[in-house]
Design a protein around this ligand. Sequence first.
Ligand SMILES: [Zn+2]
Ligand SMILES: [Zn+2]
Length: 201
Amino acid sequence: MHEEVLPGIHRIFDKFVNVYLVEGGDHLVAVDTGVDTTCGKILDAVEEIGKPLTAIVLTHGHLDHTGSLKCLKERTNAIVAAHVDEVELIKEKTGLEPDVKLKDGDVFEDFRVLHKPGHTMGSICLLDEKSKSLFVGDLVVERGGKLEEVPHQYSLDPEMNRIRIKELLEVDFENLLPAHGEPLLGNGKEKLRELVERLGL
Ligand SMILES: [Zn+2]
Ligand SMILES: [Zn+2]
């Protein structure tokens, strides 16, 4: 099951993690791949939408984001993109090497790449400038209508991640699409500002 959360942006939820399928004209781009059980759900959604999945961007290498990478790659032969500093972790977790190694400021498909190390060294956020939508990976999570930090034990450097959270206030976006929790539509920036204030950053 998937839902279209914004025009051309579809969300697939599996267990505790979101995958997004973003329409780029005649094809689809996946943001992350979920856990190992998510592959079939993504392929079903791709079929329902009726456009081929030709690219996968990974926000980072953790297994709840890369769990279905191998399956999806085998089934669709989509191009896989990730930040250059995340390549080793992705290889370690999945045995696959990304085809495209991204750097801060790159444009991949319709996304601008924002390198935000902290949670992992090659964590990225993806900005869809047209719809003002920011895909944040695990920089922040949504819980009960509010944004929260990822529990510190899951982050390589939680203090560095806090700096990144604050930096996101400089990004021009309205919708915040987290990997964990509900998408914040329209009020993403406002909720982020509230978190920054709550953390005293
Ligand atoms: Zn993570
Ligand atoms: Zn995660």
